[in-house]
Design a protein around this ligand. Structure first.
Ligand code: ATP
Length: 249
């Protein structure tokens, strides 16, 4: 029996975005299929956030397009956007509200019926015990987990995480990392996360796309890339991206 074709959840087709003379994203093409966890890896300024912002329709590409579940982003794809959960540019929540109330608000804005997911999502991110505590009393790790809960409350098929472990201590990093792996394994959520940490991507992702100066320099399944390199992925990453800014650890 022929194997079923993997379902394309996200396609970047020749995506290009310029800011003046800077080409933030340069002819970037990538296909992400259902259930895959992709790491968008690159040094500072490589174009990761711009790519994510284009996926979410927050910036308009100068050329190329983003297609989510077969629908081009930015051309009447609002219904499709409801299937995307995202954390972009750090945790954002009302600090004078509790975690649960923030999620209530978020659920209302996301889609009908999302409110019924609140308790399950709080449980999933390990915030159920602190759900009634004001966000102003949360640690950064708790805020990051709340941000993940906000992204998950609409029951997304595609989760986009911009630097999800930024600023966290090793314990917080481990918690978020485990959560991401669990979400992918148990919930079959397709995930694209950006990171400048190779180690992070190796730990959490099954696929990696390395970008530098807006260009895709290497992509594929992590084990396949590992088997192709004589040294390790870190050597390759430094070689491909210059990586002299000390961001790789
Ligand atoms: P970092 O890891 O430091 O967050 P990044 O990989 O996310 O970097 P981007 O933030 O996408 O990279 O930036 C890519 C390039 O585009 C950089 O040269 C940046 O200075 C530039 N850039 C990004 N946003 C803007 C903007 N709004 N206006 C002008 N230039 C921008």
């Amino acid at each position: 029996m022929a194997a079923t074709k993997p379902e394309k959840v996200l396609e970047l087709r020749h995506l290009t975005k310029r800011y003046g003379k800077t080409i933030a994203v340069d002819d970037l093409s990538l296909t992400v299929c259902r259930g895959e966890v992709w790491g968008l890896l690159g040094p500072n300024g490589a174009g990761k956030t711009t790519t994510i912002r284009a996926i979410l329709g927050l910036v308009r590409p100068d050329a190329g397009e983003v297609v989510v579940m077969g629908h081009p982003v930015g051309r009447g794809a609002q219904r499709i956007m409801r299937h995307i959960g995202a954390t972009v540019e750090g945790p954002t929540a009302y600090s004078y509200l509790s975690g649960r109330d923030n999620l209530r608000l978020c659920a209302k804005l996301t889609r009908n019926g999302a409110e019924q997911n609140i308790e399950r999502v709080l449980e999933l991110v390990g915030l159920i015990e602190k759900a009634n505590v004001k966000v102003s009393d949360y640690s950064l790790g708790m805020k990051q987990r709340l941000s993940l809960a906000q992204a998950l409350v609409g029951d997304p098929s595609l989760l986009i995480l911009d630097e999800p472990v930024n600023g966290l201590d090793p314990r917080g990093i481990r918690e978020i990392r485990r959560l991401i792996v669990r979400l992918a394994r148990e919930k079959q959520i397709t995930i694209l996360l950006s990171s400048h940490l190779l180690h992070e991507v190796e730990q959490t992702c099954d696929h990696v796309a390395i970008i530098d100066k807006g260009k895709l320099v290497l992509s594929g399944p992590v084990p396949e890339l590992l088997s192709q390199t004589t040294g390790d992925l870190e050597d390759l990453f430094i070689e491909l991206t210059g990586g002299e800014d000390g961001s790789i650890n």
